[in-house]
Ligand binder design. Structure first.
Ligand code: FPP
Length: 260
């Protein structure tokens, strides 16, 4: 509810809370190195940032948060790091269930979940079921995910439908692709945040971020806290979202409106 945001964070405009925030959580390895530790130390501390982020999102009424937790390309990292990340994922999801319930957060996933170790897929499924009735914020974990992978999978589905005569090629539209993507059930992100000072998209939600506002911060992911998320939301609220129109065409009501 917007009213909670007004009380706790007076600098936020409760009428323009982003509906969907996507985050590229970057900088765990560098953070660990700075402290003289192995990379996994950074990932473990990254969990505190995840908890903080979700609490803030639920607090101010952000409906969807998508976290880029493991990309298709991350499979080429050293096996030791992959195994440690998968174990961290299982442990975290299990341990964080009470917090998800307390904050009324529902868990969902996007990506090639079948590629994950069986224990990971099982833990995700169990937690999805346990949180299915939560309705404050939806946490979408992108795992074994990349934007190009999802687009290719969607194109395969559409091509199969065309081949089977279920769809005419002339009828293929943006909507057709929207519906074929892993993200079909969710609105496009209003705001994309990337931590660690890197300024690129790294194959994340390529189709969906066409009109997202982008906020880059130099903060390394394990240090990311509510105050940094608040900065990102304030930055978002200062932008004029035109969706290709001119500034003059936007009547005040439309200025804050979500694309959907
Ligand atoms: C990128 O930092 C981070 C990852 C590839 C993994 C993110 C995982 C977590 C935050 C832990 C668990 C998360 C959940 C949702 C349970 P990097 O390793 O690329 O850092 P670097 O660029 O400094 O090397």
């Amino acid at each position: 509810m917007a009213s909670d945001a007004v009380v706790s964070y007076p600098s936020i405009n409760p009428e323009r809370i982003p509906k969907h925030v996507a985050i590229i959580m970057d900088g765990n390895g560098r953070w660990a190195k700075q402290q003289g530790h192995m990379r996994i130390f950074g990932h473990k501390h990254g969990v505190n940032a995840v908890r903080n982020t979700l609490e803030f999102a639920a607090e101010i009424g952000i409906e969807y948060v998508t976290l880029y937790a493991f990309s298709t390309e991350n499979w080429s990292r050293p096996e030791r790091e992959i195994n440690a990340l998968m174990q961290l994922l299982v442990d975290t999801i299990e341990k964080e269930l009470p917090n998800l319930m307390k904050n009324n957060i529902r868990l969902k996933t996007i990506g090639n979940i079948h590629q994950l170790p069986a224990r990971c897929a099982r833990q995700l499924k169990e937690t999805e079921e346990a949180t299915a009735n939560n309705n404050r914020t939806t946490l979408i974990l992108a795992l074994s995910y990349s934007g190009r992978w999802d687009i290719i999978e969607a194109v395969k589905k559409i091509a199969t439908s065309a081949k089977n005569g279920d769809i005419n090629i002339e009828d293929i539209s943006e909507e057709t692709l929207n519906k074929a993507l892993n993200t079909a059930a969710y609105p496009n992100p209003d705001l994309l945040i990337r931590t660690s000072g890197e300024m690129r998209i790294s194959n994340f939600l390529l189709w969906e971020i066409a009109y997202s506002e982008i906020h880059f911060t130099s903060v390394l992911w394990p240090d990311f806290r509510k105050e940094h998320f608040l900065q990102a939301v304030m930055d978002y609220q200062s932008r004029e979202r035109r969706f290709g129109k001119t500034s003059e065409q936007l009547i005040p009501k439309e200025k804050g409106a979500s694309e959907e």
